[in-house]
Design a binder for this molecule. Structure first.
Ligand code: DX5
Ligand code: ZN
Length: 233
């Protein structure tokens, strides 16, 4: 399977949980680069989702990295549990964390990759002091808590600013976007500098099935890379 420069993270929030292992295996075969697991506590966001047992079950169902997006009030409290379950990386929010630097260092001390997430109303500037310590930044392109929401187009200039900040200060740091990514919005996000796209409903809720949906998304993302390179010549 030819994987392009853009990485696709399949978010299982929109998967059919009665067939989760099968759906994840299908996404892996269709070229997903990682599995994105959305953890919600009904407090940090107004929804409940899944916990460490899902990570543990998926660990034996796929060889792909398991990326754990913690939308919970006390991420520190659950880090050991998710690490034992098999999480490969953690995404933690800037919002509501009074000691983000400590959380980031704890994740690193567990030997895991770490990313910082910013919500739509949070400015890119808050990343300045933490950027050197992280492997990845995630810009939310919807308000966190639910799948199937519409991409917020006013996030595009923010993604562009974060890309600039990364290129100037931490080349190699990944820039991921999450929320409302589909064949129409993926090219917009790639065009302003995102290199990892999270997609849930655009992979797991399409009538055509997981493999065909992944292929369409991959094509849309790769075409955007090609055309932005041609334009910058
Ligand atoms: C939303 C989650 C997303 C969600 C994206 O809070 O962080 O990962 O699964 O779903 P779609 O791709 O349907 O917008
Ligand atoms: Zn997510």
């Amino acid at each position: 399977m030819d994987k392009g420069i853009i990485k696709l993270a399949a978010s299982i929030l929109s998967a059919n949980f009665a067939h989760l292992g099968k759906q994840v295996a299908e996404a892996e075969r269709a070229g997903a680069d990682r599995i994105h697991i959305d953890v919600m506590d009904g407090h940090f966001v107004p929804n409940l989702s899944m916990g460490a047992p899902i990570v543990q079950s998926l660990r034996s169902a796929t060889r792909l990295p398991l990326e754990t997006h913690l939308m919970i009030s006390d991420p520190d409290f659950f880090l050991d549990e998710f690490t034992e379950a098999g999480s490969d990386s953690f995404l933690v929010h800037w919002e509501g964390n009074n000691n983000l630097h400590r959380t980031v260092q704890r994740i690193k001390s567990l030997g895991k990759r770490v990313g910082v997430v910013i919500n739509p109303a949070t400015p890119a500037a808050v990343l300045e002091e933490i950027l050197q310590d992280v492997d990845q930044v995630l810009v939310m392109t919807v308000n966190p808590g639910f799948g199937h929401q519409h991409f917020i187009p006013t996030m595009l200039p923010k993604i562009r600013s974060v890309r600039r900040m990364i290129d100037e200060n931490k080349p190699g740091c990944d820039l991921e976007v999450d929320g409302g990514i589909d064949v129409a919005t993926a090219p917009l996000a790639v065009d302003v500098g995102a290199n990892i796209l999270v997609a849930g409903s655009a992979i797991f809720s399409e009538k055509e099935g997981v493999a065909a949906a992944m292929k369409r998304l991959r094509t849309a993302a790769d075409q955007a890379v090609t055309s932005s390179r041609l334009l910058s010549r």
